[in-house]
Design a protein around this ligand. Structure first.
Ligand SMILES: [Zn+2]
Length: 450
């Protein structure tokens, strides 16, 4: 039986014991990007958090089914396509490729599937028609379809917003045909230049809030999954609207656990076009490396806002350097001394590490266990009398912890010349030729081999 995990559920507004719908399995969907532009640094925080969650769940023994969509039908994509004289598909294919490059550089475990809205139009049309039939959505004179928020007694229960407060703060814009300002579009009939689909609802496009519900139902073949989530900004209205449609369609709240990931701030300010402080994900990865970006995000509790500063990125860089240096020391030991580590493993430390991660992804506490393992490993490596078993245990445990956190380092390459230098160093030391041995030692240190 898989290990226990506790997660914060936005709907229940507390940390709860996770109970899977199907024993031993977890179904996860998180909202993906609208592919009309490159991902910025803030966009990838949820991706890294869900990647960590997947790794922890797998380590606990669950079979993980994780998917995330690409929104490839949207006015922003249409505008970009018109601007660049391309088809919507060319635009979305281009940005999907750029996004997938970022995911791979961040060492994100490939998802089970990336559904695209454009492949689910018939299912979306059927879904909307069913909600209209149930009387929870209505068609306007021009053929648009809106969800009737006032007919949903649960509306606001996810984001804890009160309908009355929302209504008093908004109004129906001139030209809109909706009955209440909160009603949101499920289908828009249009004769504009953008991509549109012929359907029983008319010629048009679906609204943004319907696709995820339909793709969840279609892919998982059930109306309720274990975990759904995304960034905090999606909680309202996007996720509230998704939940409303799920209630309307088949009476479920779509997911048992709703997870929301905190914002990224740039030097204490919101990242925005008007402030000119937008950093693209690719740009940050090129500059600092995928491991550093991962460390920067994972060391802050995922629900809290995280602040991107020079200092924070320097801290992350030095942490990652430490991880890599220790990894290389072990590899050098194995390669230079011609030893082979055994499969010895420090289960007790690893279980402690994992149990912190299983406590709503408490990375900070897990890192205290990692720090102990590193301290012990460095002591063992410094001591020439350390046993192979102790060294192997420290190495395997350390390596496994880095893997669960998702760090990835290039393996150390050791040439035959490196081996000769090392042998000469040992000989010089044995001969008590300290000048020579020190020179050779410096050479090995410079190559990251000591
Ligand atoms: Zn969504």
């Amino acid at each position: 039986m898989p290990g226990k995990i506790r997660l914060y559920d936005t709907y229940q507004a507390k940390v709860v014991d996770f109970v899977p719908i199907v024993a031993g399995e977890v179904s996860i969907y998180y909202c993906g990007p609208t592919v009309y532009n490159y991902a910025h640094l803030g966009n990838i925080r949820p991706v890294l958090v869900f990647d960590l969650l997947g790794r922890v769940l797998r380590e606990l023994g669950y079979k993980v089914h994780m998917i995330s969509n690409y929104t490839d039908i949207d006015d922003k994509i249409i505008n970009k396509a018109l601007e660049e004289k391309k088809s919507e598909k060319e635009v979305s294919d281009f940005y999907i490729a750029a996004y997938e490059k970022v995911l791979s550089q961040l060492n994100i475990i490939p998802l089970e599937y990336h559904p695209r809205v454009s492949n689910y139009i018939p299912q979306i049309v059927d879904f909307i028609s069913a909600i209209v039939d149930k009387g929870l959505a209505y068609k306007t004179a021009s053929g648009d379809v809106y969800f009737s928020v006032k007919d949903d007694p649960f509306y606001g229960s996810l984001s804890k917003t009160k309908i009355d407060d929302l209504i008093s703060g908004s109004r129906v814009e001139i030209g809109e045909e909706k009955k209440s300002p909160l009603d949101f579009a499920l289908w828009k009939n249009t004769s504009d230049q953008g991509i549109k689909f012929d359907s029983s609802l008319g010629k048009g496009r679906p609204g943004w809030h319907t696709e995820c519900v339909v793709m969840i139902n279609s892919y998982f073949k059930k109306p309720l999954i274990d975990i759904h989530g995304g960034g905090f900004d999606l909680k309202f209205p996007h996720h509230e609207n998704e939940m409303a449609q799920s209630w309307a369609y088949d009476g479920t709240r779509l997911a048992n656990t709703w997870m929301h990931v905190g914002f990224l701030n740039m030097n204490g300010e919101k990242m925005s076009k008007s402030l000119g402080n937008i950093v693209m994900a690719q740009e940050a990865i090129d500059k600092f490396g995928g491991n550093v970006i991962r460390d920067f995000y994972l060391t802050t509790y995922y629900r809290s806002p995280v602040n991107f500063t020079q200092e924070a990125i320097e801290t992350a860089t030095s942490e990652v350097d430490k991880y890599e240096r220790l990894m290389k020391k072990f590899e050098a030991k194995e390669g230079l001394e011609g030893i082979v580590f055994t499969s010895a493993f420090d289960q007790e430390s690893f279980d402690k590490f994992l149990s912190f991660l299983a406590d709503d992804l408490n990375v900070a506490n897990a890192l205290t266990v990692l720090a102990e393992v590193m301290k012990n490993a460095n002591n063992l490596l410094r001591n020439p009398r350390s046993s192979l078993d102790d060294l192997s245990k420290a190495f395997n445990t350390y390596k496994k912890m880095l893997e669960v956190l998702g760090f990835k380092f290039e393996p150390l390459l050791i040439s035959s010349q490196d081996k000769e230098t090392y042998a000469s160093y040992l000989q010089a030391r044995a001969d008590k030729d300290f000048k020579r041995s020190d020179e050779l030692r410096q050479l090995l240190i410079a190559k990251g081999l000591m």
